[in-house]
Design a protein around this ligand. Sequence first.
Ligand SMILES: *[C@@H]1O[C@H](CO)[C@@H](O)[C@H](O)[C@H]1NC(C)=O
Ligand SMILES: *[C@@H]1O[C@H](CO)[C@@H](O)[C@H](O)[C@H]1NC(C)=O
Ligand SMILES: *[C@@H]1O[C@H](CO)[C@@H](O)[C@H](O)[C@H]1NC(C)=O
Length: 383
Amino acid sequence: MALMAISLQYLLHISTIILILGALTLVQDETQFTYNGFRGSINKLHVDGLATILPNGLLQMTNYSMRNTSHAFYPYPVIFKPKHLSFSTTFAFAMYPQVPNHSGHGIVFVISPSTNFKHALSSIYLGLVNVTNNGLSSNHIFAVELDTIQTREFGDIDDSHVGIDVNSLRSIDAASSSYYSDKEGVNKTLLLNSGKPMQIWIEYDEVQMLANVTLAPLGHPKPSKCLLSKHIDLSTILLDSMYVGFSSSTGKISNSHYILGWSWSQSGKAKDLDLSKLPSLPRIKHKKLSSNKLVFVLLLSVVLLLLLVIAGVFWFMWRKKYEELHESWEKEYAPHRLSYKDLFVATKGFKESGLLGVGGFGKVYKGVLPSTGATSCCETNRS
Ligand SMILES: *[C@@H]1O[C@H](CO)[C@@H](O)[C@H](O)[C@H]1NC(C)=O
Ligand SMILES: *[C@@H]1O[C@H](CO)[C@@H](O)[C@H](O)[C@H]1NC(C)=O
Ligand SMILES: *[C@@H]1O[C@H](CO)[C@@H](O)[C@H](O)[C@H]1NC(C)=O
């Protein structure tokens, strides 16, 4: 009996240990999540600054407000160490410039020790760092920037590039935004601030110590060739537990920045985004159309005005051609008056062949005069 009790106790101990071990494994389990739009995610996302979730589930990182920042983070820390340095993530985004071809500034995917960025600056600092901590190894930041401004100070290659950043806005590797079209076998340019939705894949393999970044228009299958591929040892950069999310900024010129969906995985490939569930973007087409309309109406007005001026000038010239002098004495003879126009027609425009004769008054007109019985007033008047 006693033996049985002891073995039962022993069994209980064993099962408790197994349970605790199991729970520990669960705690250390790889984080995995997918947002197909962010509707109802207000408590499942840590946002600050300009970031807001629109009613349709679109995560608006910035509107056109100037010189401001925003952040949106998965609210719980993700565990990278000791065993989960590899990760795979993808998100869909869109950037609308306020003024065509003038951008400010971009979106950054960030892995950081904290979600507190209140000391970070806007504009070229992308809401990530400030003048004093940019480049410090104590930042422990891994980021991928989608930058729409060429900041020479940070060695930016152009005004539409993707860069891998470690602790600094001076990218360790960067490429002009483009994607590989498997169908056509060529690289195609993608302008980041075109207002068109795009998708990016960021993957890190801890065994190969390789970070891959791939870009494509949203809806396009993931290209077989990536945009950036960089050897990097994240074990010295990432801490045991980190936060993952986005940072964005505007400057003197601003973009509207949007994130449509986001998927993250620390156990294999991130789940594909369900494109049919992603929120729709604001329609800029409509705005463009109305501005086009405005231009059309303005052009039409200008053309009409020009036509009116031309018609006026012709009218004036026509009037001038048949202009007559009216003087007070003429009034008495008014009924007998020969109009200058009649004369003009009769003499075929006062051509030499139509001369009436040369007399003391100089040249007198001949031709078929309307029979008014009066001498030409103009002729006499002018001598
Ligand atoms: C940035 O935007 C937030 C939210 O609209 C606002 O409260 C804050 O004052 C802005 N900061 C600056 C520097 O404009
Ligand atoms: C904007 O930039 C694109 C690409 O560089 C160019 O094709 C387009 O003509 C530019 N538009 C304006 C209004 O400057
Ligand atoms: C820059 O950011 C760091 C880290 O948040 C902060 O300690 C420091 O005070 C900031 N520097 C300035 C000049 O704001």
